[in-house]
Design a protein around this ligand. Structure first.
Ligand code: 13P
Length: 254
């Protein structure tokens, strides 16, 4: 049985005034939840603020990106070890926005996974196809290529220590969620690809769905056999919406 994991990706949102009520609201609602992992990924400058708020709680802290490098002359970058140092447990790697807008290649993403693991963080490795790729029938080929780079760079054992997020790009921030059947098909495909390398790893790795997941569609997505949680953008910015998704995930184990 894989423990569901729901993580909020705040993206470029938040402020020192807004973060506190949001985090306290999530912590308050979490007292009634059991059996799932929950995390939030604020912008980098707020990690320390949120780290204090979640200290000694079950709410995990994550970052949205990390450097490929450990240290050195890389102006503006933040190393995985620094994220760990200020209290992060997770780091999102290879989000489609970073791939598309900031030029992150499969090779860069693979290196970042290695950097995160080396620093003791749990990478949340994002994969997913664009609308053009889906319509061209390339969904499986794209996801296969994205995963293959990480397997080649870090070994299949790396998947014992990371979380995968399948995020179809066309469903992110669009309100157009993948149907439970569409999402399940890709999640099963991902597990199948990993099983070609190691069946135990394939069975144990947690695969989140991300892309317009909301309280009202979470339950049917999370009911799918290979969907083990969610990576939540817009709905993670309101405590009640985020908690609605967390409750749906908790119900799958209750
Ligand atoms: P939305 O939930 O806003 O569609 O974003 C999903 C996402 O990109 C999470 O990483």
């Amino acid at each position: 049985m894989r423990k569901p994991i729901v993580v909020g990706n705040w993206k470029l949102n938040g402020s020192s005034a807004a973060n506190e009520p949001l985090v306290l609201g999530v912590l308050d609602g979490m007292r009634e939840l059991a059996g799932i992992d929950v995390g939030v990924c604020p912008p980098l400058v707020y990690l320390s603020q949120v780290a204090k708020l979640v200290e000694a709680t079950d709410l995990g802290l994550g970052a949205q990106n990390c450097a490929e490098h450990d240290s050195g002359a890389f102006t503006g970058e933040v190393a995985a070890a620094m994220l760990h140092d200020v209290g992060a447990r997770y780091v999102i790697v290879g989000h489609s926005e970073r791939r598309a807008l900031f030029g992150e290649t499969d090779a860069v993403v693979s290196t970042k996974v290695g950097a995160a693991l080396g620093a003791g963080l749990t990478p949340i490795l994002c994969v997913g196809e664009t609308l053009d790729e889906r319509e061209a029938g390339e969904t499986e080929a794209v996801v296969r290529r994205q995963l293959a780079a990480v397997i080649a760079g870090n070994g299949i054992e790396a998947f014992e220590q990371l979380v995968i997020a399948y995020e179809p790009v066309w469903a992110i921030g669009t309100g157009r969620t993948a149907t439970p059947e569409q999402a399940q098909a890709v999640h099963a495909f991902i597990r199948g690809q990993l099983a070609d390398h190691d069946t135990a790893v394939a069975q144990s790795v947690r695969i989140q769905y991300g892309g317009s997941m909301k309280p009202d569609n979470a339950a049917e997505l999370l009911a799918q056999p290979d969907i083990d949680g969610g990576l939540i953008g817009g709905a993670s910015l309101k405590a009640e919406d985020f908690l609605g998704i967390c409750r749906a995930a908790a119900q799958t184990v209750g």
